[in-house]
Design a protein around this ligand. Sequence first.
Ligand SMILES: Cc1cc2nc3c(=O)[nH]c(=O)nc-3n(C[C@H](O)[C@H](O)[C@H](O)COP(=O)(O)OP(=O)(O)OC[C@H]3O[C@@H](n4cnc5c(N)ncnc54)[C@H](O)[C@@H]3O)c2cc1C
Length: 387
Amino acid sequence: MTDRQGDTAYPEIRTAVREICGRFGDVYWREQDRLRRYPSEFVDALTSAGWLAALIPERYGGSGLGVAEASVVLEEIQRQGGNAAACHAQMYVMGTLLRHGSEEQKERYLPAIASGKLRLQAFGVTEPTAGSETTRIQTSAVRKGDRYVVNGQKIWTSRFEQSDLMLLLARTTPYDELEDKTKGLSVFVVDLRTAGDHIEARPIQAMVNHSTNEVFIRDLEVPAGDRIGEEGMGFRYIIDGWNAERILIAAECVGDARWFIDRAAAYAKARVVFGRPIGQNQGVQFPIAKAHTATEAADLMRWKAARLFDAGDPCGPEANMAKYLASEASWEAANVCLDTHGGFGFAAEYDVERKFRETRLYKVAPINNNLVLAYVAQHVLGLPKSY
Ligand SMILES: Cc1cc2nc3c(=O)[nH]c(=O)nc-3n(C[C@H](O)[C@H](O)[C@H](O)COP(=O)(O)OP(=O)(O)OC[C@H]3O[C@@H](n4cnc5c(N)ncnc54)[C@H](O)[C@@H]3O)c2cc1C
């Protein structure tokens, strides 16, 4: 029987993605990090090989694969030392369009996204004041005839400069007028190529090279035909994408964790101090073994969630738990790898400090782990809502 989970599942996808990653080694990623540069060549290579269109159905030019397969693509990029954050959003942002877009919108956008002609990498949800409380966002879209006029501010809008399209969540009904506070928000596909000076992006210099921005929107006109689905249902549509997002992020974390463990184990075998390999000391080997154990457990939850998702079954608890376990495991592995390398862990040329910074993000974004635990407490354990 073919192994359909674990780090040997889908060997054909792994081999193909590894081949691409092999062209972009440690030196490449180190340079992108040092220069805070977007890895365009890597994203182009991945796009032209069709991997970023994994989740787009074949009839729109994609490969029609499931979240399980897509997650392997992202896992492998991390495992090889790369950073899928440069392009992962295209996989899950596009899901909103796929699930809730009209046939006309899908025909208009998906084949061009699949071929790489159009890039849908940017996702404008987070705002400075609302933070994790998405239903409090203030960016407004006011209907004027066949258009909406959008005004407001987003923050942490990643890959804005590298996108042709941005999925934007904006308020179409004032918060105070709503009985159900989860309504009143709508999703739009914004064509950034024609937005002119109605949108201004200011890059945020962050701990990780993430091409992320503050975005100011002033009197931007968006055709009503670019609203996805029903007016006022945008928050629901975004939530629908969260399970896939959680599973894909979990897979990235598993890939990171394995990279850290591979590097830590290799270094612990090679580095000789006090006349023996440092890995001969239990104080060095046990933390690596613990991180490996946590990673393998997290991976099982990732596969469980992916299977449920691809079968069309409910998977909220599993997707959330997978994201939590995997992001904690990758952070544990990152710390262990740094400790194992001693002072050299801090030297850029070992890549540990870069990956250490990169993987830390996933305990906070796209959703912080406190809110994941709040979900589990409330929806799995039936505890009172805490926020
Ligand atoms: C590098 C980077 C890239 C990003 N890219 C994007 C992007 O492309 N698009 C986008 O829309 N957003 C993006 N984000 C935003 C990201 O999704 C948010 O930062 C994240 O959801 C947390 O929101 P916040 O920063 O406003 O934290 P806050 O909501 O202000 O929370 C701060 C901390 O308080 C804690 N907290 C808050 N409320 C509760 C509660 N009720 N119970 C317990 N603890 C709580 C959490 O632990 C949290 O870490 C990005 C962020 C970063 C750092």
